[in-house]
Design a protein around this ligand. Structure first.
Ligand code: ADP
Length: 167
């Protein structure tokens, strides 16, 4: 089995992420979308919700599953039997950080290869943080998140905004 691990925060999953997942699902026997649980950083959506969003957005992809992970990525990749860590590249600004991470991970675990997939140009500007910001101010994010999770993403961020304003 050729298993690829696609790690990230996916807070929430965007159409840019989904495109990478769909393309990877055609190349690998299995793709694990690994949601990083960082005990020091809560995120906008609980990890459980992020996982549920991914499962729904990927329901049409039988060889894709979502899992939560914490700790060292290479340990998790080894444990999951993944030979490849997949990352998406949007812009040159992504490159420096990704290059450093890939080199460090190679040093820690030479058996796990990092593979980069270029975003589609029409997704290059899409980020989870952008989605959160736009939705928090009541903007329309329908072009940025998979349609099946749109209402839930918008409702959760609307509720967050109302709570923040004490209403
Ligand atoms: P972000 O919060 O910046 O959207 P994540 O940590 O959730 O990022 O991203 C996980 C992986 O997906 C990273 O490799 C990131 O570069 C990639 N990625 C994020 N958005 C896109 C996009 N629009 N197109 C392609 N790859 C993306």
């Amino acid at each position: 089995m050729n298993i690829a691990l696609y790690p990230g925060s996916f807070d929430p999953i965007t159409v840019g992420h989904l495109d990478i997942i769909e393309r990877a699902a055609r190349l690998y026997d299995a793709v694990i979308v690994a949601v990083l649980h960082n005990p020091n950083k809560q995120g906008a959506f609980p990890v459980q919700t992020r996982l549920a969003f991914i499962e729904r957005a990927c329901a049409h992809l039988p060889n894709v599953r979502a899992e939560r992970f914490e700790g060292l990525l290479v340990d998790y990749a080894r444990q999951a039997g993944a030979s490849v860590v997949l990352r998406g590249l949007r812009a040159v600004s992504d490159f420096e950080y990704e290059f450093q991470m890939a080199q460090m991970n190679r040093r820690l675990c030479p058996g796990v290869e990092t593979l980069f997939m270029m975003t589609r140009p029409e997704h290059a500007y899409i980020s989870s943080s952008g989605v959160r910001e736009i939705a928090t101010f009541g903007g329309d994010v329908s072009a940025f998140v998979p349609p099946c999770i749109l209402n839930d993403v918008q409702a959760a961020l609307d509720a967050g905004r109302r709570n923040a304003h004490g209403r």
